[in-house]
Design a protein around this ligand. Structure first.
Ligand SMILES: [Fe+2]
Ligand SMILES: [Fe+2]
Length: 147
């Protein structure tokens, strides 16, 4: 047994306190939390290798798509903290790569430990701090634009 589904559900809840104030980004964050929750549940409920493999591949794509969107906003609007935000994204992509390696080696206990520990904390911390800072920058720009 890797843990209980109940613990995981709490860990991956997106709450309004994590809102960055920009709808498209918030919607993608909610989707990301749901994808992580789904993968954790699948692993813990032994839903099968193929399903987990597909879910990890989908997650990888989704994360890249999400990061590209934020990075595009940052470039277009000349966000001053672009480099440090980018390096956090890069770190996350590396963590995801390590996850897939654990999965391919069949190391499920490390996989679940990383998803529910390292990854979930990273995600919450990144959204709550780094993405929120970006969100208020974007909101300011938009408010000025429409004034
Ligand atoms: Fe970000
Ligand atoms: Fe984000």
């Amino acid at each position: 047994m890797y843990g209980t589904g109940k613990d995981v559900q709490c860990m991956f809840k997106w709450t309004p306190s994590l809102s960055v104030g920009v709808d498209v980004i918030d919607l993608q964050h909610q989707e990301l939390f749901m994808l992580f929750e789904g993968i954790s549940m699948d692993i813990q409920e032994y839903k099968g290798q193929e399903r987990v493999s597909k879910a990890l591949a989908f997650l990888d794509d989704y994360v890249r798509k999400h990061f590209s969107l934020e990075e595009k906003y940052m470039r277009v609007l000349k966000y001053p903290d672009y480099d440090s935000h980018m390096s956090e994204h890069k770190e996350f992509i590396e963590n995801l790569g390590a996850l897939r390696e654990h999965f391919e080696k069949g190391d499920m206990s490390t996989l679940i430990y990383e998803i529910t520990g390292v990854i979930s904390h990273w995600l919450v911390r990144h959204v709550a701090n780094t993405d929120k800072a970006l969100g208020s920058f974007l909101k300011d720009k938009m408010d000025n634009y429409y004034e």
